[in-house]
Write a protein that binds this ligand. Structure first.
Ligand SMILES: [Zn+2]
Length: 415
């Protein structure tokens, strides 16, 4: 597999966040990457060797913990005849759990993309780089705004816009003051403009050439200057080759970068950001309708619409960070389901069971990330799911104004 879907990407990101939080008190957390081509028996003998070498670890606790981790992995390996199609990764060890406590953690991950290299590491933290690389953004575009007064260089990573450089020129305006002949003034202005384009072109080229990962470049600005700049080839030929198209923008400063991205996403519908922008635009249009709009938002409302099978597209903010938690009474069969913020979960004290006569505290019997839970619900009624990333204009407005959960309906509803 060469690409992963939104859900796989989100789940991997969340797992990595958890793993990053695991700290060993000593060098006792084991990371093991197994590519699909590796024989299980080879991995087992590798571990056998590590096991005997780890007998030499001086600290008694560390030695005990490392040996336990290796044994745990060896045990798990027995359940595999061969590695899964993308390989697998083990993260096992005793993580520090406050004061003097440690807690054993065991993760077996089947990554969404292929593991290429066999790797064993024992450290005080898990080695996550190969998995983090899978998440790194591949959709990267250069942004350039130019007119006779300003030049702005930026980059679009997925749906995040970054400003890299802002420059201003000394080119005088089109109309001269008295005293000079108009023709002479125009000639001087053209020379100044040419020098400015050269300078801006060189600087922009330097920046874009440093970013080899750029797939293409969008050029913007008001009026015909940007086309002139492109046609006269003021950029280095390697950069010149990457230009995709020019677009009209009102501004050539940082604000213009967003304008440029909007303009580009209108015509370049294959861009990741285009899809998000289009869906959020559609949703906002429905929200503003006074009656019978097709918008729904807020977790309980959207959940209800999903259960009715009325949602066409479910929009979820990537940074929701909430869990759907099932509380069960250990004495009777009573249970209830609640949504709890990730930050509140650590301090969370389950309430007493409302059914039992003697006070009995309920227990958390199950917890699911709300994005996974709502996505599953959506899949049951064939609704599309779009996880809107944070950091983009659309993502921020979904998160702050609509509770991070919204939907476009198949038919109007009164919830
Ligand atoms: Zn009870």
């Amino acid at each position: 597999m060469t690409e992963m879907n939104q859900r796989q990407r989100y789940d991997l990101k969340r797992t990595l966040e958890e793993l990053k939080d695991c700290k060993g008190r000593h060098t006792e957390l084991i990371s093991l990457y197994v590519p699909p081509s590796k024989q299980i028996s080879d991995v087992t003998s590798y571990l056998k060797n590590e096991f005997s070498e780890s007998q030499n670890i001086k600290s008694k606790t560390t030695r005990k913990n490392v040996l336990a981790a290796i044994e745990s992995i060896t045990g798990r390996l027995k359940t595999f005849k061969k590695p899964p199609e993308n390989g697998m990764v083990f993260f096992v060890g005793h993580k520090s759990a406050g004061s003097d406590q440690t807690e054993m953690v065991q993760y077996v991950i089947e990554p969404p993309l292929t593991i290429n290299t066999f790797l064993y590491r024992c450290d005080s933290e898990f080695y996550l780089e190969p998995l983090e690389d899978m998440l790194s953004e591949k959709e990267i575009y250069g942004l350039l705004l130019i007119d006779r007064r300003e030049c702005t260089v930026g980059i679009l990573r997925g749906n995040r816009v970054e400003l890299l450089k802002y420059m201003t020129s000394q080119v005088p305006g089109k109309h001269g003051k008295g005293g000079q002949s108009q023709r002479r003034f125009e000639r001087l202005t053209e020379i100044a403009a040419h020098e400015w384009f050269q300078k801006a072109g060189e600087k922009a080229s330097d920046i874009f050439r440093e970013h080899k990962e750029i797939k293409g470049i969008f050029v913007g600005g008001p009026g015909p200057t940007k086309q002139y700049f492109v046609e006269e080839e003021y950029l280095h030929y390697e950069v010149q080759e990457k230009i995709i198209d020019t677009f009209d923008t009102g501004y050539t400063d940082e604000f213009g970068l967003r304008e440029l991205v909007s303009a580009a996403s209108e015509t370049r519908t294959d861009l990741k950001i285009s899809k998000e922008k289009k869906l959020m635009k559609k949703f906002l249009k429905e929200v503003t309708k006074t009656d019978l709009g097709l918008a729904v938002y807020g977790e309980p409302q959207v959940r209800k619409a999903l259960e009715m099978g009325a949602v066409d597209t479910l929009l979820l903010s990537e940074n929701l960070r909430k869990y759907r938690v099932k509380l069960t009474c250990p004495t009777c069969d009573y249970s209830e389901i609640k949504t709890i913020k990730e930050d509140d979960l650590k301090e969370f004290e389950p309430p007493d069971c409302p059914k039992c006569k003697t006070p009995t505290q309920m227990e958390i019997s199950n917890k699911t990330d709300i994005i996974d839970e709502l996505s599953d619900l959506a899949e049951k009624t064939s609704s599309d799911v779009e996880i809107i990333s944070q950091g983009s204009e659309e993502g921020d407005s979904l998160y702050s104004a609509f509770d991070g959960v919204a939907g476009i309906l198949r038919y109007p509803l009164n919830i």
